[in-house]
Design a protein around this ligand. Structure first.
Ligand code: RIB
Length: 291
């Protein structure tokens, strides 16, 4: 079982021609409300890719519909906690090129406490895998608990900030980063240098570094691989990275080769950018196999 200890957000998406600049007021072409949060999106991607996933994290009463959505995907929500805080939310601008910029409000995602983590981890052990992003509280403790339980760890340290420590990065069996994040972690510039530096800093970690329009590179102790993108016309790139992470992890944990995982994850991400929203844009496995 994959335990995804992660965020749940309500995404308020504003379709704009260009992102608003300092001092400027612009009108949105459209506003829509979607399910999101890196944690939520990755749980949906894992489930749609065929993996067994349990989502732990916190929502408010206003986010009960998100719990229902996870359940409808077959995600185990037994440990999802409903708190007095409002559900986390995001203000997302999507421009004419499908690019986004995001303001996050942590809300209930900040209510993950050590006591709650203790309760959740008491149900998991060495056969399980922990997946985490950087949008909830008590992350260092969650890493400690996973190691104590002998669980393997997949880490997507997004959005990157000073709370992401070397210890956390080094504890990861799989590390999902983009090139900007890789550069922040290592201080290196350029794809090859970043990848080499990550390999030197974290020799036991399989690194998956996404490169936007240039695809993805992978490196572990034994091999280095790369995969290109599938050209599509991008409508909304929100959640594409989460789609990639979920499909990649589902593929390797089901015994697929890394080549296969890179291929299906890249296809899934390509389909997702042709659709609006984050979680809603994630394709089913059948669509990915037919792509
Ligand atoms: O990765 C995309 C997600 O980032 C959005 O759904 C938003 O909620 C933010 O967490």
């Amino acid at each position: 079982m994959i335990l995804n200890f992660g965020s749940v957000n309500i995404d308020n998406c504003y379709q704009v021609r260009d992102f608003v600049r300092a001092g400027e007021t612009i009108s949105a072409l459209e506003v829509t409300r979607h399910a999101g949060g890196k944690g939520f999106n990755q749980s949906v991607a894992l489930a749609r890719a065929g993996a067994k996933v349990c989502h732990a994290g916190c929502i408010g009463e206003d986010g009960l519909f998100l719990r229902d959505m996870l359940r409808a995907e077959g995600v185990d929500t037994n440990f999802l906690r409903v708190t007095d805080s409002p559900t986390g939310n995001a203000i997302i601008q999507v421009n004419a090129r499908g690019e986004n910029c995001i303001i996050l409000y942590t809300g209930a995602n900040g209510c993950v406490t050590e006591d709650y983590a203790d309760e959740v981890f008491s149900h998991f052990g060495p056969d399980d895998v922990l997946l985490v992003q950087n949008e909830i509280s008590s992350l260092p403790y969650i890493f400690e608990k996973a190691r104590e339980k002998g669980m393997r760890i997949a880490f997507n340290p997004s959005p990157m900030n000073s709370g992401v420590t070397r210890e956390m990065l080094g504890a990861a069996d799989w590390l999902f980063v983009n090139q900007v994040e890789a550069s922040e972690i290592t201080g290196a510039e350029g794809r090859e240098n970043c990848l080499r530096a990550l390999g030197e800093l974290f020799p036991h970690t399989a690194v998956i570094m996404t490169l936007g329009g240039d695809g993805v590179v992978y490196r572990d102790k034994r091999q280095s691989l790369s995969h290109g993108i599938y050209p599509v016309s991008a409508l909304d790139t929100t959640g594409a990275g989460d789609t990639f992470t979920g499909f990649f992890l589902a593929a390797v944990l089901s015994g697929g080769s890394v080549e296969y995982a890179l291929e299906t994850a890249s296809k899934a991400a390509a389909i997702s950018v042709t659709r609006p929203g984050a979680a809603e844009s994630i394709p089913a496995l059948r669509e990915v196999l037919d792509f």
